[in-house]
Design a protein. Sequence first.
Length: 365
Amino acid sequence: MSLATTVLRSKALAALTSPHGVDRYLELVNPMWAAHEVRARIVEKTVEVDVEGHPRVATLTLQPTSTWRGHRAGQHVQVGVAIPGEGGGRRTTRVFTISSLDSRPGDRFTLTMRANPDAPEGRGVSRYLVDEAPVGTIVHLSQAEGDFVLPDSVPEHIVLISGGSGITPVMSMLRSLQNRTHRGRITFIHYAQSPEHQIYADELREVARTGYGVDLHLLHPELGDPNLSPAWLERLVPGYSDVPTWVCGPAPLVEGVKDAYGDSENLHVEYFKPPRTTAGEAGGEVTFTRSGKTAPNTGESLLEQAEALGLSPEYGCRMGICFSCVSRKTDGVTRDVVSGETSTLPDEEIRICVSAPEGDCAVDL
């Protein structure tokens, strides 16, 4: 650590710059100077998929500040940006999986995202970053997070399964293994809506051409390609449930793979979106005590029910992985829509984006 960094991170300087902190002043001079916070500049933007009538997909290359500690393939990061003309300049945060190979402190890395309207109203973070943010835009970051990663000692044969934008973490794994010249076998299965919707199409064509131990299967439902049934998986990978497997994608894909693998301990999953709750079956009422609003329980997640009442709770990913939406449940029963587990504990901290109430429920919002 340099002398300048030591001084910038010292308690004495923190006291002198209170209450704003040294990073606020450094940011005014140069947004790429930081003592504690992590920021990054967009240095390149590459369109991956551009199909008329569908949201575009683009890869953003980010140059982080020296405070970035690097990442392991499969991890995600929280990205904060103030969208011009929305929220009165308030920073909005969303979570994106890193798509590039393992990075070291200060290394550039990439995020691949679909320009979905990821907010109930307005443009949303991903739409702004893909369609509007110019190269040079500064974004705020968390450190890399998540345990959907490969082990330090990678098995001789692994299976990577993904669907849609869920390809990003497993593509990061593939790139990292290729960079390490992994000599084992990789079975890579990916579902895209159509060949035109295929993310990283050129790169994957080159992977298919060169081989190097990668058994690549790009599947498209519109062409009648098979579903991931146990019989099909067994033909593709004999004894597949004994092979370490990582899967990421929409809930139906993940649930189908989980059914095929049964109780196998070799399956590692990451939902690209959480399973949808079934509306209209839970009964009772949901009360958001701080705002004083009450409504019939629709069975949807507490975040969705709060938004339906006009509330704007903080959230980052809507998938239960970033913990930005944690709130205190004061009473009632909630079900985790990812794991299916229920909890009756009062005064419990819950992630409202993946918590659905069963019967009466009260939340401090």
